[in-house]
Ligand binder design. Sequence first.
Ligand code: C2E
Ligand code: MG
Ligand code: MG
Length: 661
Amino acid sequence: MSARTGGLRLFGWYALATALPIVLLGVGLGRMYQSQMDRRALEQAVSEANALATAGIEPHLGGRALSTGLLGPERAALVATATPLLDSGSVLRLRLRDTAGHVVFDAAHPDRGTEAGTDEEAEEAATGLVVRRLTHLNSDQVDARNHVGAHAVEVYLPVHVGGSSRQILGVLEIYLPYGPIARSVAASERLMLELIIVGLVALWALIGAITWSVTRRLRHTAATNEHLALHDSLTGLPNRMLFADRASHAIAAAGRSGTTIAVVVVDLDRFKEVNDTLGHDNGDAFLRHVADSFERLVRPGDTVARLGGDEFGLVLDGVDSLGARDVLDRLEQALAVEVELGGVPVSAEASIGFAMWPDHGSEMDEILQCADLAMYAAKESRAGIVEYSSALEHFSPARLALVSQLRRAIASDELVLHYQPKLELRTGRVVGVEALVRWQHPTRGLLLPAEFLEIAESTGLIDSMTDWVIEHALRQLAEWHAASLPFTVAINVSARNLRDEHLPDKIFERLRAYDIAPQYLEIELTETAVITNPTRATAMLTRLHDAGVRVSLDDFGQGYTSLAHLARLPLSELKIDRSFIAAMSSTRRDNAIVSTVIELGHQLGLDVVAEGAETDDTVAALVALGCDTVQGFVFTPPLTADETLPWIHAHHDIQPGVASN
Ligand code: C2E
Ligand code: MG
Ligand code: MG
C-alpha cells in the first residue's frame, strides 16, 4: 500500500469518526427543534382556541352553568359557529362540557343532549386552568388505541360568563389539526433549521479540510525527514544506511529467486586534489557528475549510494562475477571521460572492489566488508577493479606492499621465465618447454608463483602478467627457433585470463610479430579453470585451437570434467596432475588411474603428458603404460633461459626410461 492510499484511508476513518459526533449533535438539535415546534404549535392552538371561545362561543351562552343544559337558541348559535369550522377541517372536534365533565354540546352531533361521562382534562380546565396536549383524534376512545385519528392539538378552556366575576360555566374542548399549525410554525422556523443543517455540514467539512491539510503537511514533513535521514543531500543518492538496507533486501530477494548479487565499493582516487585545486564547489559538482554517471550505467533495480566523502556503493542485482565486471569496466570508462570544471578538464579514476553474494558470505555485513577489502586492495595495487577473494584476507600491510611491488615488477621486468623441458618418451627428444614465471624480488630473492600468483589473480594484475609472459616466452622461442631448435613453448593461462576477450587476438598478433607458426605455441589451462567458466573457456580455447595453437588441459584429475564435456573441448593434450604421477610407484590405485587417463587421452586422439616425474621407476612405469611425454625433476627442474639451450644440446640423446644425470 502506498503512503498516499494509506493516508487517504486514514483520513477516511477520521472523517467517519468526526461525522459521528456531528450527527449526534444534529440529532440533539433536531429533537430540540421538534420540541420547540410542538411548544409553539401548542401556544398557537391555545390562542386560536381562546379566540374562538371569546368570539364564537361565550357570547352565545346565556350565563347559566352548562350543567343545566343548553337552550334551543344557544344550541343553534353554537351549531352555526361550529359547523363551518368542522366542515372546513380547521377544527376537528368541538365540544362543550359542564364543570363535571359531561358533554353538553358536540359539534359533530349537535342534536344529542347531555351525555354522561367524565374527562380528566375537562375537570382540570373546570378549575380555571387551560389544558393543552398533542394527541390524535379519537385517542380518548376505547376502541381506537392505535391513535388512528389525525395528529391534533387538544385544548381544554374554561368557559366564562362575561363581566368581572369571570365565573366558570363549563369547559370548551377543542381539537385543532396539528399539521397546519405545525406548518405555519415551521414556515417561520425553517430558515433556522436549514441554517443548523448547513452549519453542521459546513462545520464537518471545515474540520475535514483543516485536518486533511494539516495531515498532508505532516506527512510531507515526515517524508522529507525520512528522505533526509536516508539520503545524501549533495547527490540525492541513498546514504550508507539506506544502502545497507537495500543490499539486505536485495540479498533476501535473491535468496528467494536463486540469483546472485554483486556488492561494490568505489573510492575515487585523488579526489582531494580536485577539491584542493578547484575549490569545494567544483568538488561538489564533480561528485554530482560521478553520481550521475553511475546512475546512468546501472539497471533500474540496482542501487547507487554515496557512502561518504568520495566513496560510493553499488548493489548490482542478478549479475554473476563476470557480469559485474562488465558493468564496472563500463563504469571505469565513464569516469575516464573528461568533464570541464572551473574551466579545467577533469576525469576520475577509481579503486573498485566488489564481492559476490552468496560466494563471499551469506550476510550483508560480511559481503560489504569483503567489498571494502577488495576496494582497499584495488587502491593499494592501483589495479582498478578487484574482486574479493579469500587471498585478500591475508592482506597484511606487507602483503599489500607486495601488490604494488608486483605491479612495478611487471612494468620493470623483474619477472623472469624459467623453462622446463618436455621429453617425448618414445624418442627421448625434447619436444617442448613449459614457461614458468618467477619473480626476481629485489630484497626477497627469487619468488615462485605460489607466492604471488594469487595476488596477481585477485587484483587483476594477472592480465598484464600474462601479457608479459606471452611476450617474453615468444621472444625467447623465436631466438631458439633461429638457433634451429624447433620445439614448442607452453604458456600457462589463469582462469581469470578467460574474461580478457582480446587474449587470443593478442596471442595471434605476437605470433605474427615473431613470425612463429601457431603450432609451436601451447596454451595450458587447468581443468579447474575450465570447469568454473565452461562457456568462456570453450569459446577462447576454440578460437586458439582453430588458429592452430595447441591447447593443453593442465592438472587433469584435479577437477571433475565429465567425459562428454572433455570430448567436446578443443584439446591437443592432457597433462596428468602430478599428484597422481608422484603416487604412482607407491599405490596401485594411482597406477590404475594414470593408465586409465593415458588410455582415455589416446582414445580422444590427444597427447598425454605426465608432469612431476621424480624417479626413474616412474618414468619406466610411464613408458610401460604408453605415456607420450614426461616432464619432471627426474630430468631437470625448470631452467633459466640461458641454461635451457646447453641442457637440450647435452641431452638430445636421452633414451626412453633412462634419466639423465
Ligand atoms: P603447472 O603449470 O602445473 O606447472 C608445473 C609445476 O610443477 C611447476 O611449478 C614446476 O616447477 C613443478 N614441477 C615440475 N616438475 C616437478 C617435479 O618433478 N616435482 C615437483 N614437485 N614439481 C615439479 P611452479 O613453477 O612453481 O609453478 C606452479 C604453478 O604456477 C604452475 O603449475 C602453474 O599453474 C602456475 N604458473 C607458473 N607459471 C605461470 C605463468 O606464467 N602464468 C600462470 N598463469 N600460471 C603460472
Ligand atoms: Mg602448466
Ligand atoms: Mg600442472
